[in-house]
Write a protein that binds this ligand. Structure first.
Ligand code: CA
Length: 354
């Protein structure tokens, strides 16, 4: 938020700051959202309350978000320069095309990816992008990943968590993972508002959003991907989680202990033996960014769980835009090589930035 900006511009540092979970939304998408909300097209209370706030709100926060979201030129670059951000990895903001119907989502994903690729072409040293796809049509989504990576030069795939309450642990969505693995690009699993079946008790106390609900929903989605055997089927697939891994690193001991116990109990058809331990998948198939979590102890703990080569810097612009956070992360007590990997090196490797 602009009002939280500290006057202290981050100092020059011996690494590039590459922010890896940065949002954009074409103005055309916000127009579609506005119409969907006005006409009550979807029975999704999380979408209606969040985008109703951002698009209808008069608060400074909602005006800031709406203005920054669609800008891929002067305003965004000025904010990046003010915060010392050398490069943004851009992705279509949640829920992207996943809230739309199948055919609208499929065609709008292509439109958004073309617009993103054009912005990367205008500012090739400042941006790289992830491809949006509509899981509503898994075969078309796989084809769009192929097009976006090989023809548009995008560097991965953005999935804004559940799609109308469905999760990628369902094998019908696995053509998406198959395409990403074959092209050797990562899939960023970004939060969405919890679906209708999950959001009720969160909504009544105002905890459905980024404060808590997003992390719970997306952490569960990532766990479903692991326990359904996605990484046994696609062993080279790389999945990126934001927000310090949506708390999964902190849960790892209990996840492993209770997964083993649940498998042994044969209580659930969905919980079957896996080839590796849950921590192995986190260390070999997952990457974690610090979006919205500029907190040194959590970053170091996560580095200790998954390895310092798997933890990446992110800001979460424009939702969270704070020079104080950049300064705090620059000041982390961390050896030079590890800090370079965190801010720059890991992102260069993961997104093949050269
Ligand atoms: Ca975000």
């Amino acid at each position: 938020m602009t009002e939280s900006l500290a006057p202290q511009k981050p100092k020059p540092v011996p690494y590039k700051r590459i922010a890896t979970e940065e949002a954009f939304a074409p103005a055309e998408m916000m127009a579609i959202y506005r119409e969907m909300i006005e006409k009550k097209v979807v029975d999704d209370p999380g979408f209606n309350t969040m985008w109703g706030f951002y698009l209808g709100g008069t608060s400074e926060r909602s005006r800031h978000i709406e203005a920054c979201m669609s800008d891929l030129d002067d305003l965004r670059l000025r904010h990046m320069d003010e915060a010392g951000i050398d490069m943004q990895i851009l992705a279509l903001t949640a829920p992207g095309v996943q809230i739309m119907d199948r055919d609208t989502g499929t065609s709008f994903a292509r439109f958004a990816n073309d617009q993103l690729a054009a912005a990367v072409k205008r500012h090739p040293t400042r941006y790289a992008g992830l491809a949006a796809v509509a899981p509503q049509d898994p075969a078309a989504a796989a084809a769009e990943i192929q097009r976006a990576v090989t023809q548009l030069g995008l560097k991965g795939v953005i999935i804004n968590s559940h799609t109308h309450g469905e999760y990628l642990s369902d094998t019908r969505f696995w053509p998406i993972f198959e395409a990403a693995e074959a092209l050797d690009v990562p899939v960023y699993l970004h939060p969405n508002s919890p679906p209708r079946g999950m959001i009720g008790p969160m909504l009544e106390c105002g905890l459905d959003g980024a404060i808590f609900g997003f992390g719970v929903e997306t952490g569960m989605h990532a766990l479903r991907i692991i326990t359904s055997g996605v990484f046994d089927r696609f062993p080279k697939l790389q999945l990126i989680l934001g927000h310090m891994g949506e708390a999964l690193p902190f849960w790892l001991y209990r996840l492993e202990y209770m997964h083993k116990a649940t498998v042994a109990s044969q209580r659930y058809e969905a919980i079957k033996p896996l080839q590796r331990r849950i921590g192995d998948y986190m260390r070999e198939n997952m990457l974690i960014t610090c979006s919205g979590m500029a907190w040194e102890p959590a970053i170091k703990f996560t580095q200790s769980v998954v390895g310092a080569d798997r933890v990446l810097y992110a800001m979460d612009y424009p939702y969270q835009y704070s020079l104080d956070e950049v300064n705090a992360l620059d000041a982390m007590q961390m050896d030079d090589a590890t800090k370079h990997a965190f801010f720059e090196g890991n992102a260069r490797r993961v997104f093949k930035l050269g």
